[in-house]
Write a protein that binds this ligand. Structure first.
Ligand code: AMP
Length: 277
């Protein structure tokens, strides 16, 4: 596995990879890799001859500096994981490479970027879309792989790649979960043992609500009941909603392509999850 830290190293590595392997997939990450990232890398290997992964903790997508400061960092561990997963190229730029002096451009997506996460993390999607646009421009992959765990993010990236003709096919991979249903996340390590026992309830409640919706229950009543159950268990619900899976607009009843999305705070950790509805 090659490790590129400058744009010159990246250009050389991607040119060689494309020549040797034909096509190139990119898996963007912020490191602290877990089995969820492994699933993205496996999909990348299935889609393309060459696999690149980026590891960059993007400062501009953190709405709180304390969250950025404590975000887990383990570069040697991440590089070992990528190598083991059969990755051909690790792209590990510094903030100065990603945002050079004079950098003055950001990407503001409308449509699916409105509401939900955007309301609770102002500026987050602007930072995320900007760094993903930069990564796609730097690596120029045929395919870029994202997790369904961050459902709104996946829809935003899909929209942006189409609108800006970025050239990469955007693919989503189903959420990888712990045996008790909790969606894997780099931030789960900050849950206390007691919070860790409570956390899977978010997925449990979403899965139950999805099955009740499928049997025709009224959405508004059901969502209120689901939120109340989470609140009772100590989860502070930011939102729990039935939305159109692509536009993220709220729905008052289930229909093809609908999604149940939720975010809730448990202690100092914000949990995010979604299921098809
Ligand atoms: P992160 O490193 O947390 O920024 O995530 C990098 C990519 O991995 C994003 O596309 C995430 O949606 C995806 N991802 C994170 N957790 C999971 C998971 N549990 N299952 C599937 N994909 C995930």
């Amino acid at each position: 596995m090659r490790i590129a830290r400058t744009l010159a190293e990246l250009d050389d590595a991607t040119a060689r990879l494309r020549q040797a392997k034909g096509s190139l997939a990119l898996v963007p990450t912020m490191g602290a890799l877990h089995a969820g990232h492994d699933a993205l890398l496996a999909r990348a290997r299935a889609e393309c001859g060459g696999v690149a992964a980026s590891v960059f903790i993007n400062p501009t997508q953190f709405d709180r500096s304390a969250d950025f400061a404590r975000y887990p960092r383990d570069e040697p561990g991440d590089l070992a994981t990528l190598q083991e997963a059969g990755c051909d190229l690790a792209w590990v730029p510094s903030p100065a490479v990603m945002y050079p002096p004079g950098d003055a451009t950001s990407v503001l997506v409308g449509g699916p970027a409105s509401g939900w996460e955007d309301e609770h993390r102002p500026g987050h999607f602007r930072g995320m879309a900007t760094v993903v646009a930069k990564l796609l421009g730097q690596v120029r992959p045929d395919v870029a792989i994202f997790g369904e765990k961050d459902w709104q993010q996946l829809q935003i990236v899909t929209r942006m790649a189409a609108d800006l003709h970025l050239g990469a096919r955007i693919l989503g991979v189903p959420t990888v979960r712990e045996p008790d249903g909790l969606a894997m996340s780099s931030r789960n390590r900050f849950l206390s043992p007691v919070e860790r026992l409570t956390a899977p309830l978010l997925h449990g409640v979403l899965a139950e609500a999805a099955s009740d919706l499928a049997s025709g229950d009224d959405a508004a009543r059901l969502l209120a009941k689901a939120s109340a159950r989470l609140a009772q268990a100590g989860l502070a619900v930011d939102y729990l909603a039935l939305v159109d899976g692509q536009s993220l607009r709220p729905l008052d009843r289930r229909r093809e392509g609908a999604r149940l999305i939720a975010a809730a705070r448990l202690g100092g950790v914000r949990l995010l999850d979604n299921v098809p509805a």
